[in-house]
Design a protein. Structure first.
Length: 154
């Protein structure tokens, strides 16, 4: 399975990614689980852990951008913010592609790629820290504002 959702600390939802996407259905399952959170109609935030991810086809960036575009049409966005833990430049570049094509529906903090293992083990603390800091205060944290597209017609 590409994405493992953990709801133990809801409203924070942890999503841990495997190294690769095995099939289109695998990716669709990831998106369907995300949509289920919207159907549940409760505010939530994500922590995405991509530290195992290494072999993702760029076509999924385009699929993710289209999913965000579709999500944007919802009347209310239950997603409040996302924290993405990144420890490779490859994954960071994939995120750059996604958020260049489509801005997020909620604020996103990308932490890394210069993460050390203790940072990754302290994801709760990083999440709290992201709530308290400004992007200028955290050199390893990139802040992406919601609804601010680089390509406005998308």
């Amino acid at each position: 399975m590409f994405a493992n959702y953990n709801y133990d600390k809801f409203p924070i939802v942890y999503v841990t990614f495997s190294d690769k996407i095995d099939s289109e259905e695998d990716f669709d399952l990831f998106l369907n689980d995300w949509l289920q959170l919207y159907r549940d109609a409760k505010d939530f935030s994500f922590i995405f852990d991509t530290r195992q991810t290494c072999d993702i086809n760029i076509k999924y960036c385009f699929k993710m951008a289209m999913f965000i575009k579709k999500l944007r049409k919802e009347n209310y966005h239950y997603l409040q913010k996302s924290l993405i833990l990144v420890n490779t430049n490859y994954v960071k570049r994939l995120l750059d592609v996604i958020f260049t094509l489509q801005s997020p529906v909620a604020p996103v903090y990308i932490w890394g790629p210069d993460l050390n293992e203790s940072d990754l083990n302290e994801s709760d603390n990083i999440y709290k820290k992201c709530n308290e800091i400004t992007p200028q205060d955290a050199p390893n944290c990139i802040y992406i504002e919601a609804n601010k597209s680089f390509i406005p017609f998308l």
